[in-house]
Design a protein around this ligand. Structure first.
Ligand code: M6R
Length: 607
């Protein structure tokens, strides 16, 4: 959620830090700050607001400093304010921190009793003071930091600089990601390699408990036992176009239009003839899948909705039962794990704290194996899971998940097919679905052409305070996704219901002030759905129905929008597109901050 950047160079690092923060800003954005080490002094500047507000503090005169750390914050402990912004300082020490220190209250009490005054209300400030308190009994900044870290409960990624030990940055991670970026005669640190793509394409990913010491010429990494270790250097080859909006007004808009290409990338190298290739989830996965008797899915937000759609596919294609949980709930319900259950996590970022905690909890249970559907191959989730498939959607910057969702659905369909193949189930159905997957990107392009129609209905919805989304069966999770998207970026309250549930309560809400958005594909319960929608009409409701061309319905108030034809099993993917566009157009009319909606962060790395 928050973002960290650090740099140690021959040249001034200010511009590198600012550019890095801007690239991370989508993760958290209520305040920002930086510390620069210059001629043995540290200068720290912090402000509430965005990175541009931090830049404005400096005006035209760019500050000097060849070592620096910077942070963009999404408040967890202590309100957004310049005092609570990072870096936090103590004596010669300056620290930036991502994560949450759970025992901060007792540490604060202990530190205060030693006569030290706190300047902020954050949990993070204890780290600066603890390191400072350990300086006099340590031989180096790294030793002082390591001693301090041993006192912390919770999650952290930190970067530390000190006037006593200039020319280096100490970084450490436990529960929050941190990466070392390697330059020539200069090195960097960041909570996400994306922050450093303008300066390097070579990275070393720290593992849990690692402490790194980085100078401009060199770096060394010590594991959780303090032993000097070698970690692989990863070269990132993909072209970095992620930070450019190009012809688009917002990243969300760009990412909506990237979906046909993103899905081609998800499918690339994973199909052969009329079936899925073996072992696309990793070597040995096809063998393991033969044994699977049950699936447990754990995810959050949009990723959870993808899992809910997939549960239907696992049942109908792979003939397997699925249990699905919010990641934040899963480990607190004392789950019973049946023999030969496969534990599946779904996450765009692969850094969502609850999903990661779910995986770590599951590792202590008797699962057959773990598998993740993820967009970031270098993420913690990907590294800690037995088997994985990457959605290859490219970086998603908009907080509202779009291409990550549809590519997750495609990857989950590949999982349903792979499980069915290993278990010898439904070969004809598999061939049908594979053909439909190959045709999907073209149909998605058709779906995107609905934008003009959606632009016409957006003003009706933009003026309302509430909206209701309806779908049945496999479309109920899509209704939930549509509602999430609308509330997230337009701040309109939106709810989703299975249409058959209306008469059990929500029908009481229906009047001309609550638009009802429904999905009516050509399914075996299409007629029943139409009856549910007639109930809405009869009560004066305004209906916007995305429907299969075969469905006929008279709509006087609202609109019937015909969707392109597609294999029923893949219709959830096609029908998602107009819901994304609708929320985007409504948010545009309401003038909200579409890519960085209030109170939210792209990657939720705290529980
Ligand atoms: O990175 P993840 O997929 O694990 O993120 C999970 C949710 O935080 C995320 O899907 C969130 O709900 C989206 N912002 C919704 O658009």
């Amino acid at each position: 959620m928050c973002g960290i950047v650090g740099a140690v160079c021959e040249r001034d690092v200010y511009a590198i830090l600012i550019e890095g923060l801007k690239r991370l800003e989508y993760r958290g954005y209520d305040s920002a700050g930086l510390s620069l080490l210059n001629n043995g002094n540290i200068t720290t500047q912090k402000t509430i607001g965005k990175v541009v507000d931090l830049e404005n503090l400096f005006g035209e005169s760019l500050p000097s400093g060849t070592v620096g750390i910077a942070h963009t914050r999404w408040a967890t402990h202590g309100v957004p304010s310049s005092i609570n912004s990072h870096p936090h300082t103590s004596g010669p020490i300056s620290v930036v921190h991502n994560g949450i220190i759970e025992n901060h209250s007792e540490l604060r009490k202990e530190i205060t009793e030693q006569g030290i005054k706190f300047s902020s209300n954050t949990d993070s400030e204890v780290i600066a003071h603890l390191i400072n308190l350990n300086v006099c009994t340590s031989n180096s900044l790294r030793e002082a930091a390591t001693k301090a870290l041993s006192r912390l409960d919770g999650a952290y990624a930190i970067c530390v600089i000190s006037t006593d030990d200039p020319g280096k940055i100490i970084g450490a991670r436990s529960g929050s990601p941190l990466v070392v970026g390697l330059g020539i005669g200069e090195n960097f640190m960041a909570s996400d390699q994306m922050a450093l793509r303008q300066v390097t394409d070579r990275f070393v990913y720290l593992e849990e408990g690692d402490v790194a010491e980085v100078t401009k010429e060199d770096f060394s990494i010590f594991n959780q036992n303090g032993v000097l270790v070698e970690r692989d250097v990863t070269q990132i080859n993909e072209l970095d176009q992620s930070s450019e909006k190009g012809e688009y007004k917002h990243f969300m808009e760009k990412e909506i239009y990237e979906q046909p290409k993103a899905i081609i990338n998800t499918l690339d190298g994973r199909l052969s003839g009329d079936d899925v290739l073996n072992n696309i989830f990793g070597l040995g996965s096809s063998e393991i899948f033969k044994k699977v008797k049950r699936i447990q899915i754990v995810a959050c937000g949009t990723s959870l909705h993808a899992g809910r759609v997939a549960a239907n596919w696992f049942s109908s294609i792979s003939e397997l039962p699925t249990q699905i949980d919010y990641a934040s709930e899963y480990r607190y319900r004392n789950p019973h794990v049946d023999e030969d259950s496969l534990f599946v996590t779904i996450s765009q970022s692969g850094e969502t704290a609850d999903t990661l905690a779910g995986l770590r909890y599951a590792k202590g249970k008797n699962y057959l194996s773990s598998l993740c559907i993820c967009n970031v191959p270098t993420s913690s989730l990907a590294r800690e899971t037995d088997y994985s498939i990457f959605t290859n959607a490219g970086p998603e910057i908009g907080v509202a998940s779009t291409k990550a969702f549809t590519t997750q659905l495609v990857a989950l369909m590949l999982l349903a097919l792979s499980l069915a193949k290993s278990r010898g189930r439904n070969p004809k159905l598999r061939a049908r679905v594979v053909a439909a997957l190959r045709a999907l990107p073209e149909i998605l392009l058709e779906s995107l052409k609905l934008r003009d129609t959606i632009v016409e209905i957006a003003p009706d919805i933009a003026t309302k305070d509430n909206a209701l989304f309806l779908g049945r069966g496999i479309f109920y999770p899509i209704a939930k996704e549509g509602a999430l998207k609308l509330k997230e970026i337009s701040y309109i309250h939106a709810e989703a219901y299975p249409a058959g549930e209306l008469k059990h309560g929500p029908l009481a809400l229906i009047d001309e002030d609550i638009p009802v958005i429904a999905m009516a594909p050509d399914s075996e319960i299409a007629e029943k759905l139409v009856s549910n929608l007639e109930e809405v009409k009869a009560r004066g409701g305004i209906l916007y129905v995305f429907s299969d061309p075969s469905i006929s319905m008279e709509i006087e108030s609202g609109k019937l929008i015909k969707m392109p034809k597609c294999d029923f099993l893949l219709t959830p993917i096609i029908y998602t597109i107009p819901l994304q566009i609708l929320s985007y157009e409504v948010a545009l009319l309401r003038g909200t901050d579409i890519d960085q909606p209030r109170n939210l962060a792209k990657s939720v790395t705290v529980e």
